[in-house]
Design a protein around this ligand. Structure first.
Ligand code: ADP
Length: 620
């Protein structure tokens, strides 16, 4: 039936859409887990190394406290003396700013602090450091030093909690009433002489510079910035140690006009961390501050793609996967699916090249999940079509068996009679006439059988329009009972017709007759001798006609009743009674009645009898 096909294909398309939506949902859910984030980070690091910015002329330089400096100044106790020395040497070269990444929260010996103070005094755009301790207190520099500073910046980086790689740093840190901007941000502010930073939920504005950085309240780092470390081809940022400067004072000229980051690079200091470039090596904290500063100066900002855009792309990927497998299969669909996966991989790379961080997981997972689901859907669809066509084949074979079997009886009669006529030339006229009548009747029966069978087949294949005639119900029943009566008489079964409404039905009279006749002969067939078959009408509540055929025969249990409309099904009980036929009649009856917009109810009890009720539309 075409409508049934349309329904089932609509249903399977609906199933496909649900599967695609599910793929998107699942992908997003997985992407939000710690595992998903981890994969996104690895992809980020990969793209970070793959797509490196062009080398540039750095605006910053590191004044390093390296191993040589430490050994020269007597280890950690000599750090303040070293810084004092270093700053005193570069000051005449006029650096743009000096940011000191050393905590000066406690006084040291008066002589050392006096030298340091002398060095800090008059240093242009001096930024000092503060660190937020775990107990939420700041290690601010003592007033003695602080008074020379433009500001005090925090020196905390942030690290991924799972792999400890530093990808972004907090632009601000808040503890209680005290907030510090990052050391690099403050250096930038000092160089550009901006006192006030303008804040909005989306960005920070420092004079002419807008830093895209969303205020996130669900993390300890309110605003962060992704640090664009200098590309590997550029080598590390310029670095001169205090010991080198001592040995060669002419190096001071390198600091002219630069922002100087003063800090420890000695590995023993423990201030060294992984970056996406690291690959095992670590980067000193001071270099991370300088890189942050370079990121700000170069406006080399990496921003996150919006969640909405990611969702839209995931939906698009799933839709494409669905369309690919809804429209095709085989190598073409597989190639298209491969292209889709390729596209989902290219997108984060293209976005990264355009300074946008597009998470790798959602699109990739969506592509994989939706393609797998859509391909599975296609596979199941093909298998179902195969099964249907196989069913069709066996159905056809069974139908052929049925037809040949049913035709054999009348054909045998015709064959036999015609042989008799030709063999006995001198046959009495009466006998010859009887034979001819038999041949005539049997060939008509054959024709009727073929006609009915073909009509029903064509009807069920949706190829034939049903005739639309009007005919009175009593007349129809009358004709059926007349035809069935000789058969009933043989079993001494009475057929009573009661209470038929005079209404008319519309539809195919012949097919309806076939249906009622079939029910009637079944009633006789599956009843013992000397019983009664009742045919009666009732008014249905919905204004329809109920026509019942009731017998006192072998009956059926519930399980049997549920199967009798299947083609070729026969109950054990019927087979034992020796009456069972081909098991096809009722399936045809059901089709005819449904085609007429009616239904069949069956009530039956083993050993007591059955009642088949047709609920039919009245002709309007
Ligand atoms: P057939 O009668 O040729 O076997 P049908 O399709 O007409 O095929 O009926 C299918 C089966 O339903 C029968 O084989 C029989 O088992 C059961 N059946 C049908 N009508 C009756 C009835 N009135 N009483 C008991 N069993 C019935």
């Amino acid at each position: 039936m075409p409508s049934r096909n349309a329904n089932s294909s609509r249903r399977s398309l609906f199933l496909l859409s649900v599967a695609m939506a599910g793929a998107v949902l699942l992908s997003l859910l997985i992407s939000f887990t710690a595992l998903g984030r981890q994969f996104d980070n690895y992809a980020y690091d990969f793209l970070f190394r793959l797509i490196q910015p062009k080398p540039w002329q750095p605006s910053s330089i590191i004044l390093a406290i390296d191993e040589a400096t430490l050994s020269k100044y007597g280890g950690n106790v000599g750090i303040r003396a070293a810084i004092a020395d270093g700053i005193a040497k570069i000051k005449p070269a006029n650096p743009a700013a000096v940011a000191v990444d050393v905590i000066l929260a406690e006084p040291s010996t008066p002589e050392i602090d006096a030298t340091l103070e002398a060095a800090l005094a008059g240093t242009p755009n001096l930024i000092l450091a503060s660190y937020l301790l775990e107990n939420e207190t700041w290690t601010n520099p003592i007033p003695r030093f602080r008074r020379y500073a433009f500001s005090v910046g925090h020196v905390q980086a942030s690290f991924d909690e799972h792999d400890s790689v530093s990808r972004e740093v907090p632009l601000e840190k808040v503890a209680g009433h005290d907030r510090h901007w990052s050391l690099a941000l403050d250096a930038f502010r000092a160089v550009n002489n901006v006192k006030q930073i303008e804040e909005s939920p989306q960005d920070l504005r420092i004079g002419a510079l807008t830093i895209p950085s969303k205020l996130r309240d669900n993390t300890i780092d309110g605003r962060t910035i992704r640090v664009r470390y200098p590309p590997l081809s550029m080598g590390r940022l310029p670095r001169i140690s205090i010991a080198e400067l001592d040995a060669n004072p002419a190096l001071a000229a390198r600091f002219t006009g630069k922002v100087v980051f003063v800090g420890e690079t000695a590995l023993a200091a423990g201030d060294s961390w992984s970056t996406p470039y690291s690959n095992g090596k670590t980067t000193p904290g001071i270099e991370m501050h300088a890189s942050e500063y370079e990121t700000l100066v170069r406006r080399n900002f990496l921003t996150d793609a919006s969640n909405l855009a990611v969702l839209a792309v995931c939906l698009l990927i799933a839709t494409l996967a669905g369309v690919i497998f809804a429209l095709g299969s085989g190598w073409l669909a597989n190639t298209e699916a491969a292209l889709l996966i390729l596209g989902s991989q290219a997108l984060p790379a293209i976005a990264f090249a355009n300074s946008t961080v597009w998470d790798w997981m959602p699109g990739t997972l969506t592509a994989i999940l939706s393609i797998s689901a859509a391909a599975t859907w296609r596979h199941l669809l093909v298998r179902r079509a195969l099964r249907l066509s196989e069913n069709e084949k066996t159905r056809y074979q069974k139908a052929m068996q049925f037809v040949t079997h049913e035709m054999r009886t009348p054909l045998t009669a015709i064959q036999g009679s015609s042989e008799l006529i030709s063999r006995y030339g001198q046959m009495p006229e009466a006998k010859r006439k009887q034979m001819a009548e038999l041949i005539n009747a049997e060939s008509k029966r054959l024709a009727r059988m073929i006609e009915t069978f073909l009509s029903v087949e064509r009807l069920s294949a949706g190829q034939m329009e049903m005739k639309q005639e009007r005919f009175p119900l009593p007349e129809l029943v009358e004709r059926c009972t007349e035809r069935a009566r000789p058969y009933a008489d043989r079993k001494q079964i009475e057929i009573d017709v009661e209470n038929l409404p005079p209404d008319e039905l519309t539809g195919d009279r012949e097919l309806m007759e076939y249906a009622v006749y079939n029910l009637l002969t079944n009633a006789v067939k599956y009843s013992p001798e000397k019983t009664r078959v009742r045919v009666f009408g009732e008014d249905d509540k919905g204004g329809r006609i109920r026509l019942s055929i009731e017998d006192q025969g072998i009956g059926m249990d519930k399980k049997e009743v549920s199967r009798i409309f299947e083609k070729f099904y026969r109950t054990k009980r019927a087979e034992q009674s020796g009456e069972a036929g081909t098991g096809i009649g009722l399936s045809i009856v059901e089709q005819i009645v449904t085609q007429h917009g009616g239904t069949i109810d069956v009530e039956s009890e083993p050993g007591k009898g059955s009642r088949f009720t047709l609920v039919l539309k009245r002709a309007s």
